[in-house]
Design a protein around this ligand. Structure first.
Ligand code: FES
Ligand code: FES
Length: 137
């Protein structure tokens, strides 16, 4: 049976970039999928001055779609500021991979969500989340 995945996806699945864990991460998150019970974690190092993502790693316990998207999303986010990285969409990640099988969309969405959650975790830890109440000052 032919693989449902294209060559770019398979290459990222077999040789995922930026895998592993950052022990002293500035921001991190784990997202789990209720659909399959799989999980993906993502770790960030952020330059305190420029807010540029200087290092990023992910660990996936998911399928090829999840692993390939984790790989591409770390490549897309590395070297960007957290504000730029927040705007990376699932569509961009999926296009960079040359397309993903429809049935596996949620697995790849999970990898995009974990990046946003890790950035949110960084912002919360560093007091960058402005509460609505505070904006009235
Ligand atoms: Fe679980 Fe895709 S089947 S992440
Ligand atoms: Fe697990 Fe897609 S089946 S996230």
């Amino acid at each position: 049976m032919a693989s449902p995945y294209n060559d770019i996806v398979l290459e990222h699945f077999k040789n995922p970039r930026n895998t592993g864990k950052i022990e002293d991460a500035d921001g991190k998150a784990t997202e789990g999928s209720p659909a399959c019970g799989d999980m993906v974690s993502l770790y960030l190092k952020v330059d305190p001055e420029t807010k540029i993502i200087t290092d990023i790693k992910f660990e996936s316990y998911g399928c090829a779609s999840n692993i390939a998207t984790g790989s591409i999303i770390t490549e897309l986010a590395k070297g960007k500021t957290i504000d730029e990285a927040k705007k990376i969409t699932w569509k961009e990640a999926s296009e960079a991979l040359g397309g993903l099988p429809k049935i596996k969309t949620h697995c790849s969405v999970l990898a995009v969500e974990v990046l946003r959650s890790a950035i949110q975790n960084y912002e919360e830890k560093h007091g960058l989340v402005i509460n609505k109440e505070d904006t009235t000052e």
